[in-house]
Design a protein around this ligand. Sequence first.
Ligand code: NAD
Length: 293
Amino acid sequence: METKTAKILDGKTLAAKVQKELAKTITEIQPKIGRPPGLAVLMVGNNPASATYVANKEKACHQVGIATFGRHFPTETSQNELEQIIEELNRDQRVDGILIQLPLPKHLDSIALLHRILPSKDADGLHPINLGHLVRGEMGMRSCTPAGVMKLLAEYKIPLAGKQAVVIGRSILVGKPMALMLLEADATVTIAHSRSQNLTTITQNADILVAAAGIPGLITAEMIKPGAVVIDVGINRITDGNGKSRLVGDIDFVSTAQVAQYITPVPGGIGPMTVAMLLQNTVCSYLKVANQQ
Ligand code: NAD
């Protein structure tokens, strides 16, 4: 992808590098533990986007040598059935990580299910214990998407201490943990959300801007401080004028790339980094098992 000014933060290449390192670690440690790391991905219903994400995650697992214990349940599966499955996976010694693919069908209480996962197997970093560790700045499983953003910023040696960072979105999945991780890195953090007034005034102050609203084209060039680092977490499927469907982020890439210093593409930016961090969390939990032996 050609841009006039902004450099691309290449999540696809960095994710491949992380996965190569994980594969090497697994090859070295597996003889000691006597089994590969294991990740269980639970999917309920037939959301096509979720099915694609699950397939990508499982493919990446196979590439690095993580065994998958994926389970696909019909839409009508009950809360009780899922709770029992999670309890089984919590006890299963072949499983180091458990992930519930969100969103779930409306009759299910996803928060209650997330609470059931053992914090040490919480590969998505969404259990309140792990979110609590993040708030306190302690070690713990970190949410994959914001962890992927932090890893990408670190790879390109982008300074964060003392910088103005703006996060758009306040979800538990992305916005809130993202803001906490930037705070942990000593940035001055503002969170904007659906009720924020004058979004442009807020974003124009950002040295680092992370957009995670899920609204295509929400951010345009005039909202960007010249020279800013712009991270697009959004993944939105749109249909263009020719009737063709494609994925775009929350940021108008073409105009913003004229103003920003660094920018992430969609696809090929934070998406692959999220998968790489999921694998990393699973391997971290596996290595803890090795250290206990
Ligand atoms: P969400 O719907 O739970 O949260 C969206 C947030 O955006 C909310 O906090 C809301 O307050 C805020 N928002 C909505 N409209 C806004 C507006 N006009 N101005 C400012 N803020 C506004 O979504 P989510 O789960 O946090 O995901 C956000 C986006 O990131 C989606 O596009 C999702 O597909 C994508 N996502 C990508 C990855 C990845 O791997 N790259 C991972 C998770 C989510």
